[in-house]
Design a protein around this ligand. Structure first.
Ligand code: EZ4
Ligand code: CO
Length: 412
């Protein structure tokens, strides 16, 4: 079998997505997600100009070899643009292999280790009553684990707060805080870490009082704290028994996690912006984290995601793959197959795509009683409706960013 075509499809139903569609001489097609939120067109060029010409004529069955060839022959290794491009190729080849075998990808990875994937959703509110409504709404949707983000008194606009609670209007996203916002420039938000550190423990105390001790609760610090601030937050949240505290410090300084670990038993999750196995090497080996936040899309695909999880298994570190709406349905499906197959699955983030996105990407996964399952279609189980995709051309969009009260740019 040979690859005869590889097309890069850019579409913006509810938000921008970049999808690679590989076609073989036997008429089979495979899909891969190459969406890099806010920097989408860089990956489009990387694929169209530098990867697609190398794929034509090659054997789609050689997944490991193709991955190593694209990674090593570029000479310039790693980085989100390169790894999103390689990831899309890798997913598309697994999709094709599954279709040839007549099996869902999880079967090729060793078969199911569980009947479904526990998923968490994003509850948020500017105030406590709004947050409680949002938690109840997510419970009604079936979620059994919930991420909690709230407004902070004195700050106008911060990460993670949807401007509306309840289901979105027809065609819109439920989570309007997630999409990079369409427009020529990024939106500016404000930040004050001391105000945040004072407020957040009171929020978790109130949520525990309202919803009881059993509900697994998660929280995302979104890279904003110094090591000692993160240590303080982890310690102050211990009475509320978090499932995890995510991205408590910026990921570049990995030694920060040693200091955080010395002070708190709150479980730590990190790595949504990591793009290779090597970014996790010390953190896993030194047991500085509890959950791997990688996403198939930004991490080079299914092949390396499986490898990092096998490595993590030796240290009792589990998966918590990144699943925001900027991971396309193809990327989400890819990591569901990995999550179902590995032994050390932890939890899967699952935000729900908008209805227009679901018309562009026809999917076969299920979400029942809080558990995801990728379905049993051969391959990844996602098909792209190219005509629908063509209705929604790319629109410039950026993630927001942060400034402190004195105007200093802060981590977002
Ligand atoms: O801000 O995916 O845990 N989830 C997150 C996300 C990220 C977006 C960035 O594109 O941190 O909301
Ligand atoms: Co996050």
């Amino acid at each position: 079998m040979k690859i005869t075509a590889a097309d890069v499809v850019v579409t913006s139903p509810n938000r921008n997505f970049v999808t690679l569609k590989i076609t073989t001489d036997e008429g089979l097609t495979g899909l891969g997600d190459a969406t890099l939120n806010g920097r989408e067109l860089a990956v489009v060029s990387y694929l169209r100009d530098h990867v697609v010409p190398l794929l034509i004529g090659s054997d789609p069955h050689r997944i490991e070899d193709t991955w190593q060839f694209l990674y090593r022959s570029a000479y310039w290794r790693r980085g989100p643009v390169t790894m999103a491009a390689i990831g899309a190729v890798d997913m598309a080849l697994w999709d094709i292999k599954g279709k040839v075998a007549g099996l869902p990808v999880y079967q090729l990875l060793g078969g199911a280790s569980r009947s479904g994937l526990m998923a968490y959703g994003h509850a948020s509110g500017a105030s406590l009553p709004e947050l409680f409504d949002s938690v109840r709404e997510h419970q009604a949707l079936g979620y059994r684990s919930i991420r909690v983000q709230t407004g902070v008194p004195g700050l106008n606009r911060i990460y993670g707060i949807a401007s509306q609670s309840g289901p979105a209007d027809a065609g819109a996203e439920r989570y309007d805080h997630e999409p990079a916002q369409r427009g020529a420039l990024p939106a500016e938000e404000d930040w004050d870490t001391r105000a945040y550190l004072r407020h957040i423990p009171t929020v978790f105390e109130a949520v525990r009082n309202e919803f009881g001790p059993e509900l697994p609760l998660l929280h995302d610090g979104h890279h904003r704290m110094t090591p000692i601030q993160a240590a303080k937050l982890g310690k102050s949240l211990e009475p509320y028994d978090l499932f995890w505290l995510e991205d408590c410090t910026p990921a570049e300084n990995q030694e920060a996690l040693r200091l955080v670990r010395q002070h708190t038993t709150t479980p730590l999750a990190i790595g949504e912006i990591f793009n290779t196995v090597w970014d996790f090497q010390s953190l896993i080996k030194e047991q500085l984290i509890d959950y791997v936040r990688a996403a198939s899309t930004h991490f080079g695909g299914i092949t390396p995601l499986r490898k990092v999880m096998d490595y993590a298994a030796q240290y009792q570190v589990r998966s918590g793959f990144h699943g925001p709406t900027d991971i396309s349905p193809v990327g989400l499906a890819a990591q569901m197959h990995v999550g179902l197959a590995i032994h050390n699955f932890g939890i899967q983030e699952y935000m729900q795509h908008g209805t227009k996105t679901n018309e562009v990407f026809r999917q076969s996964f299920t979400f029942e009683d809080g558990y995801l399952h990728p379905g049993d279609q051969p391959g990844l189980g996602v098909e792209l409706d190219v005509d629908e995709a063509g209705k929604y051309p790319y629109e410039t969009a950026y993630l927001p960013y942060n400034r402190l009260a004195d105007g200093t740019v802060h981590d977002w």
